[in-house]
Design a protein around this ligand. Sequence first.
Ligand code: BF8
Length: 632
Amino acid sequence: MSAVNVPVVESALLQIADKRQIKTGRERLAEMSPQCGFGELGTCCRTCYMGPCRIDPFGDGPKTGVCGITPDAMVARNLLRETVGGAASHVGHARHVLLTLRDALDKKVPYEIKGESKVLALAKVFDVPTEGRDVVAICRDLVDIALEDFGRQDELPNNWLSKRAPKIEQQLWKDLGLMYSNPHNEIETAMHASSMGNDADPMSLMMRVLKMSLIDGWTGLALAVDLQDILFGIPEIGETEAAVGVLEANSVNVATHGHNPVLSEKILYWAERMNEEAIAAGAERINVVGVCCTGNELSMRHGVKLAAHNSQSELILVTGAVDAMVVDIQCIWPQLAQVAKCFDTAFITTDPMVRIPDARHIPFEPQHADESAREIVGAAIEAFRRRRGKPVDIPQLKSKAIVGLSLEAIVGILSKVDPVDPLGPVIDNVANGNIFGFAGIVGCSSIRFRDGAMTEEMVKHLLAQNVLVVTTGCTAHILGQAGFLTGEATNLYCGEGLKAVLSALGEAAGLDGPLPPVWHMGACVDNSRVVDLLVGVAARLGVKVGQLPAVGSAPELVQEKAISIGGSFLAMGVSCHIAPAPRILGSPMVTQLLTSDLSDVTGAVVRVEVQAERAAQWMVEHIAKKRDALGL
Ligand code: BF8
């Protein structure tokens, strides 16, 4: 490993993998290089069997595909299909939670309402009467409103968009024809329009991209998070630890990986109840740890320790200390089953959509959630019995991390400073420049950017310039492992203004020091919490979200979901940095639209920048322009 600035956790784990002669993603990436230039530019079309067609926009070769499609339309069409992949994932996640909640109300599945206050808050949003009604009846109405969205054929606006999203932005979306009705119909329409011989107008296709992104944001992220808060409770601020050092040599280590807390909550529940069995097997206890987004979910609500982000998911297995890795949906590398085979690790898939050769499959359906979760935890204990006494290699690296900063938790802290106008102190500090602006640093961890610590370096630059950072997804793991989710980081990295604000807030929150400079707001679906925060601040200021001194970034893009989430921010008017470049550079028109002309449409632009300091600098300059426009 000759690369500079490899984060210490990766470095330690890669050394173990090397010692054990286990190939990792980095080697597979190197073997794959150089990667396909046509694919990178987005000018490879596999939509029909006259192709595949490839266009080199810089060369002398053909300038259209066999059917005559232009590179602009090719790129826009490919981008639309990526966005559909992301939106389908989030909408599918949300629908699963919705059906679980529906069945929980009928006592058909072993889950119950833990977030009563969320039910009441949403009742207000959706005009559901509450007077004299019990919470189950109110919740049933909310479920019906959500179910209506999935069944409607009347083209009326989607409830979770039209009632939940801010009115001021909705007017823009109406004018642009972006309001949608049934998300499933829209996914069908997008796949249809992007199949061979349909929409070939790049601008029309790009508007479909924006519409699909809105679906992702409101009927994916917001719906999933709202209902998860009802089922599992609204996260509260708490402390945990992050990085591979949270594994325990003498405990049954159960790593939950994936996205849907319907599974991971039950694993945690049964792990707590099967401790005696683990002790009888010779273990000290059962240690449930979190990987990727479902790890964030469990840490936000229960303080479960964060073991690994996505590009470390195979690396923590090389410790030999993970007794079971149980996965549900999304971002699950097939390679995990192969690495698990080198050890006593039980690699367990649970969802019919995610079948992986050499994995053990234990079907998990909400109706039989308790039985399946018990079987899974039992399999982990069995795996520990096989491992017991064998050496493990756990790098003793971990950091403390403050997590659980839902919007409700943030407002709770701010209320201690000003109970009448909780957002008031934030606004005052934005006005006086102590908080220069906000950055949402979110998304994935990419082995293309881990060497060089792209995310960590960007955040250091932003904090030094008094930009408050909020984070979700694998980025939250990265920043947690690097110590940014602690009060010490405030003292270490922040400019004087931000330090003063966070110190005052930490005191108000009753912490033993400042609030961290990076606020962990959850998993990728929890980007809806970031949006809610921005909507709240914008409403308090009486401006549009896009006018705020705020900017987004997905500094280590991996998954299609990050594209659709980014699109939902753009539709809100929030500009975004991204690295690496999305597959658009083969189209002058799409590149021009996203990096410049979109500012005349929604007020937002995309900036591609693969160098950390330059990326942060662009973000700071963007925030400065927004401040100027607001007269700050
Ligand atoms: O939804 S951050 S690699 S785990 S896509 Fe996946 Fe990216 Fe991680 Fe969560 Ni989000």
